[in-house]
Design a protein around this ligand. Structure first.
Ligand SMILES: CC(C)(COP(=O)(O)OP(=O)(O)OC[C@H]1O[C@@H](n2cnc3c(N)ncnc32)[C@H](O)[C@@H]1OP(=O)(O)O)[C@@H](O)C(=O)NCCC(=O)NCCS
Length: 166
């Protein structure tokens, strides 16, 4: 299995992987693939990593820049998606390890909204005051690289507004 940056030829497969994986997630909105497309169109995909096996894209991780309160420099991870038939084989962990390795060089920390049961293993945790309106605080997670305590609203790129009802 190879973790690498997306290339132009991967774009349709990334959409399929994200769509298929998110069908497994009860709280998914069905807009996750469109969010990746919008981030790409806005030149806001800080990272777009694919997991490749025998020439096929089987996993994907997107990262974009975010603010916490008035503080910029946070790398927002998501969506993270692995094709269901490949779950439990370390692919999500490999994508995350590479994303954190890269974000460490450019960001003050990483943040995401997700299941703490999965993301604790990478060092993500909730912080008092770190929040996203409408999300339970226990799913708003951060991993500071430099000891900064994130405090305030985790503000995503506007592409994530595709989650909001019109
Ligand atoms: C979450 C996801 C990316 C993990 O990918 P993966 O390649 O299966 O992950 P890994 O193989 O690295 O890790 C698997 C482990 O995580 C656990 N795990 C997966 N999702 C979990 C969750 N929501 N809560 C707790 N543990 C979870 C598995 O039980 C497994 O545990 P084990 O190592 O003790 O066997 C994948 O399940 C997925 O695409 N799910 C649907 C989309 C999604 O939930 N994305 C994340 C939110 S945006």
């Amino acid at each position: 299995m190879l973790i690498r940056d997306e290339g132009p030829a991967d774009i349709p497969a990334i959409g399929r992987v994200v769509t298929e994986a998110m069908k497994m997630l009860a709280q998914a909105t069905g807009t996750e693939a469109a969010i990746v497309t919008r981030l790409r169109a806005d030149d806001a995909l800080t990272l777009s990593l694919v997991a490749e096996e025998e020439g096929a894209v089987i996993g994907h991780l997107a990262a974009s820049m975010a603010r916490v309160g008035s503080q910029d420099g946070w790398g927002l991870i998501g969506p993270l998606a692995v094709l269901p038939s490949w779950h439990g084989q370390g692919i999500g962990s490999a994508l995350m390890a590479e994303a954190l390795r890269r974000l460490r060089t450019t960001c003050r920390g990483a943040a995401l909204v997700g299941d703490p049961g999965y993301y604790h293993r990478f060092g993500f945790r909730a912080f008092p005051g770190l929040h996203v309106p409408g999300c339970p605080p226990e799913v708003v997670l951060a991993l500071p690289f430099d000891g900064t305590e994130p405090h305030g609203e985790l503000i995503h790129h506007p592409a994530f507004g595709l989650d909001q009802p019109e």
